[in-house]
Design a protein. Sequence first.
Length: 274
Amino acid sequence: MGRLDGKVVFITGAARGQGRSHAVRFAEEGAAVVAVDICEQVPTVFYPMATKEDLDETVALVEAVGGRIVARVADVRDRAALQAAHDAGVQEFGHVDTVLPNAGIMPVINEGAQHQAWSDGIDTMLTGVWHTMEVCLPSMIERGRGGSVLITSSAAGLSGIGLNTLPGQAAYSAAKHGVVGLMRLYASQLATHSIRVNTVHPTGVNTPMVVNEQYGAFVEEFPEIAGSPNYQNPMPVQLVEPVDISNAIVYLASDEGRYVTGVTFPVDAGYLNR
C-alpha cells in the first residue's frame, strides 16, 4: 500500500524538474496524476523551457512505476486552459484532492524586455498559482473529503536573496513572497473544509532552471555574485535534488501531515537558518 493510495494530484510545471519528480513520487505512492505544462518558450526566460516531448517523458516515467496519468498542455496564465485540464482529470479519475501549483520561471538575468519580464514572472508564479487554486478548489470543497494544496515557493520567498534588481528578479522575489500571503489566506479560510494549504521553500535545486548553459555563462562572467556567501548553503551541498522536495511534499500531502496547515516549509540545507 502506498501513502497516497486513492489520491489524485494536479501538478503544474510537470514536464520536467521538480514537477516531474513530484509526479513520479506521487505515482510511486499510489496517487493518480493530472500533469500540466505550458510546453512553450516564454520569450523573457533566458534558458530553454520544457517541451511537449518533456511532458511525454513525464507520462512515460509515471506509467513505468505503475501510475495513472492524464497530461495536458496548458499555460497557468490561461485560466480556461487550466480549467479544461482539471475537468479532463476529473473525468478520468473522478476527483482532485491534492494540488501542487509548481509552475515557475526565472527571468532573472534577462536585460531585455524588462517590463514584460516583470509581467511574465508575476503572471506565472503568482497569478498562475491563484488560477490553479481557484480552478481546483470548488470541486474539492464540493466533494467534502478534505485535501491539500502545496505551493512551490522558494528560499527567496522568505529572504532577500536575489542576483540583481532587474524587473525579472523583482518579479521572482515578489511572486515567491506573494504566494505565502495566498497560502495564509486560503489556509485560514479552508480549514473548516479540512483542506490544508502550505508553501514549500527549496534552496537551489538541480533542475534545468538553474543547471543550464546560459546560467553557467552568467556565473562565469560574474563569479562574485554566484560565489557570494549569500548563495551558499550551510550544509555541504550546492544544490539539492528534485526528489528531496518531492519527499517533503509527499509527507505534507499524506495522512502523516493531516494537521499541518498554514506553514512555510523549508527544504533548504539550512539556508534560511544562517
